[in-house]
Write a protein that binds this ligand. Structure first.
Ligand code: XMP
Length: 329
């Protein structure tokens, strides 16, 4: 891919120009394609002057932290520190139901954790890391901060996307954003060029606030997170079994804070309802719901109700973006 080879060369050269020979750089990895490709690119230029942190915030999918850390270690040889922050994050989310309040709390907690990591690193290195790598893409730039006069439909922030903004005064970094002019498909091409393993490149996008924006209402109530993890795992595995994963931009389950009456094994049940969502898209800015065959929907709903005991009803979201957004919150 000649275009991506040029992009890679240009972005590597920019980093060489921007970062001095003794400067250190830090990066928060989410486990998604964007931050991984950004970090891999920077690592190629700076080697062990790049320091990455991966935060297990308690809002990740089934076994995600282990899976992602394995990929970083075994396939990418990226130096990553894992921080376990589940308890504090969930403590901070307790009782919150408003979508923006949840997003803001998650962003604030993330900044605290990140600041702590940066201060710890500063002590270890003897001087302050000067740069921060972010996997910001072109659509993130547009949706979070519309250019004046453009994008009338997005004339205000639709959702507060969380990235490492709003850091404390003593922790200001110069940003390195090598993907800022790219769309997702271009980032994937760049990742392939950098040798990022295919199963990682092809992963569906996953939002920074994680499962918190897929649980309507209080994330911490009961066993909501665990129920959602199980349902999501069955849904995604089924999509893979049926050979549909690569046809879909993003697929996931949503936990609804309602119960419905059902009948299972001659017994009345009063159990959880989950919604499934799958969309096609080229950049996440608009999306169409994915037209699964009825056979697939029958298979997956039966499998979910049989496997996840506390769920007795599955619904499928048939809303495009607009008017819906991809995530429910
Ligand atoms: P929405 O729900 O706004 O999502 O239609 C568009 C795309 O962005 C992802 N998304 C996020 N990604 N931090 C992220 O890194 C966020 O806060 C966030 N919110 C939504 C979403 O999964 C979809 O791919």
């Amino acid at each position: 891919d000649w275009k991506m080879e040029d992009v890679l060369e240009e972005e590597m050269e920019k980093i060489r120009q921007q970062v001095g020979p003794t400067d250190h750089v830090i990066c928060a990895l989410s486990g998604g394609v964007d931050s991984t490709v950004a970090a891999t690119l920077v690592h190629k230029v700076l080697g062990d002057r790049l320091h990455c942190v991966f935060v297990d915030n308690g809002l990740l999918r089934y076994k995600e932290a282990e899976r992602v850390m394995d990929t970083f270690n075994e396939h990418l040889h990226l130096p990553v520190t894992k921080v376990d922050d589940a308890e504090r994050m969930l403590g901070r989310l307790k009782g919150l139901t408003d979508p923006e309040a949840k997003r803001k709390a998650i962003g604030a907690e993330f900044i605290d954790v990140f600041s702590e990591y940066a201060h710890k690193l500063e002590k270890e290195l003897g001087h302050k890391p000067r740069f921060l790598v972010q996997g910001t893409l072109y659509p993130d730039v547009i949706e979070s901060c519309p250019p004046p006069g453009k994008g009338q439909k997005h004339s205000h922030t639709i959702k507060s996307h969380h990235n490492v903004g709003g850091l404390p005064e003593d922790l200001q970094f110069e940003l390195i954003e090598p993907l800022r002019e790219l769309f997702k498909d271009e980032v994937r091409a760049l990742g392939r060029l950098l040798g990022v393993p295919e199963q990682f490149i092809a992963r569906h996008p996953f939002p920074g606030p994680g499962l918190a924006v897929r649980i309507i209402g209080d994330v911490t109530e009961g066993d909501r997170l665990d129920v959602l993890r199980e349902v999501d795992e069955v849904f995604i595995n089924s999509i893979k079994e049926w050979g549909l994963y690569d046809k879909i931009w993003q697929a996931f389950a949503v936990f609804l804070p309602v119960r419905s009456v059902g009948v299972q094994g001659d017994q009345r049940t009063h159990s959880h309802v989950v919604a499934l969502r799958a969309v096609t898209s080229s950049d996440g800015m608009t999306a169409d719901w994915y037209p699964f065959q009825p056979d697939f929907l029958r298979y997956v709903s039966t499998k979910i109700c049989n496997t996840v005991r506390s769920v007795n009803r599955v619904v499928y979201d048939v809303t495009s973006k607009p008017p819906g957004t991809i995530e429910w919150e």
